[in-house]
Design a protein around this ligand. Structure first.
Ligand code: ADE
Length: 222
């Protein structure tokens, strides 16, 4: 899988791409990530990437020309997804993560300021995604969220694929509580069933807890 990121702030990705699961996946060559600085596609003295919105109003809009050139530069003639992160997008849920985890090449476009010029969306963007109902300063953190979520589903990355498949949201339920040693921590004991070795009972207990947690925290998922 090759992921192309278009951003005004490539340095934001430095540590993210080196550490933890994503860092390991890149070292294992399970994924590759290429960063392109949109500002490199400006041609004026000030390397300007934004301008005032037609019609007035607060906030600046990202100009179409550098975006057009930057996207053309990485996309070439390929018919691949161009995902734009915006609070106006469809909510990024596990089902969408699963879909993109099977796609070989994609472009993640990170906007900044108010929005990007609508014509870039019309020309290139195949899907608009939001990571939640709040406004961030740009699309870089949403892009990291997406990369992390799809990377852990790549073959061989987590070691134990079952771990990814039993996560919260993979079956529309939240996850269940987890415990590790010691079995008694400050007087708080691990539930007996988890020590019983009875896999059927353990499975039932986990499902029951997942249902209780989902009902309490996210009843709309049920
Ligand atoms: N850009 C700014 N806020 C965002 C959000 N919530 N999701 C995706 N992209 C964004």
């Amino acid at each position: 899988m090759n992921i192309e990121i278009l951003t005004l702030f490539p340095k934001l990705f430095d540590n993210f791409l080196q550490e933890s699961v994503v860092g390991i996946a890149i070292k294992q060559k399970a994924i590759s990530v290429n960063l392109t600085d949109i500002r490199d596609f400006t041609h004026d003295k000030y390397r300007s990437v934004d301008d005032y919105p037609y019609g007035g109003g607060a906030g600046m809009v990202m100009k179409p020309e550098p975006l057009y050139e930057a996207i053309q530069h990485v996309k070439k003639d390929r018919d691949i997804p161009v995902i734009y992160f915006t609070p106006q997008g469809k909510l990024l849920i596990q089902k969408i993560v699963n879909k993109y985890s099977k796609i070989k090449d994609m472009i993640l476009l990170c906007g900044h300021y108010k929005e990007i010029d609508q014509r870039i969306r019309d020309i290139f963007v195949t899907e608009e995604l939001s990571i939640g109902d709040y406004v961030l300063s740009g699309g870089e953190i949403p892009a990291m969220v997406m990369i992390d979520a799809i990377t852990r589903l790549q073959e061989g990355v987590l070691g134990d694929m079952d771990s990814a498949l039993t996560d919260s949201h993979q079956n529309r339920l939240l996850g269940c509580p987890h415990f590790t040693r010691p079995s008694d921590f400050k007087g708080k004991k691990v539930p007996d069933v988890l020590l019983s070795g009875n896999h059927k009972k353990i499975e039932e207990w986990r499902k029951q807890k997942a249902l209780e947690i989902t009902k309490k925290n996210r009843p709309e998922l049920l």
